[in-house]
Design a protein around this ligand. Sequence first.
Ligand code: AMP
Length: 196
Amino acid sequence: MAHVASGDLFREALAKQTELGQLAKSFMDRGELVPDDVTIAMVMERLSKLDCAGGAILDGFPRTIEQAVALEKALGEKGLGITLVPYIKVSEETLLVRLAGRWTCRNCGAIYHQLFDPPNEPGVCDECGGELFQRADDTPETQRHRIEVYFEQTSPLIDFFKQRGILVEIDGEQSVEDVRSALLAAVARVRSGGVS
Ligand code: AMP
C-alpha cells in the first residue's frame, strides 16, 4: 500500500518552493497545524493517485476532527472507509527523547535514531547512501509545542475513532521490533475480519 504522510507532502512542497510549501513552512516552523482546508485538499489530491487505488497507509493525517470528518465523507462517497486506526501510545517523556535523536534521510525518507537505531555510518543512510538530516521543527521548543497542539487538537480523535470501533491501542513504549509486531498483528486481525 502507498504510504501517504502529510508532513512529507508539506516538506516536498517546501523543497519544490511551491506556494503551498511556503504557506506550510510558516506553520511547521512554529509547530502549529497547517489549516484544515489546505491540508485536506492536499491529502485528497494525493489519495486520488493511481498508487492509492488499493488503499493507503495514512501517516500524520487526520490530525483534527474536521480532517477526520472530511476523510470519512470523501471515502464514503466512493463506497470506501477507514479500516484501522492504530493509536501508538507513548508518554511525553519518551516522545521528547525520540524526537531529539531523530535523523531522516534526505533522499529516501528512512528514519534513524541516534541511540535506538543508529545508521552504520553517522550521517549516511544505510538504505540508499543519502545524507541524513535533523528536521528544522525538531528543536526542543517546537517539539514541546507540537505535543501541546497534539493534546488540544489531535487527541480528541482517540474517542472519535473508538466510537467507530476501529481504534487499536498499541503500547509505543516497547522496542521498535515489538511495536512493529503489534502493528502487524493488528493489520492481520483486520484482514481476517475484525479489529479487536
Ligand atoms: P509530521 O511530519 O507529521 O510530524 O508533520 C510536520 C508538520 O507538518 C506538523 O507539525 C504540521 O505543521 C504539519 N502537518 C503535518 N500533517 C498535518 C496535518 N494532518 N494537519 C495539519 N498540519 C499538518
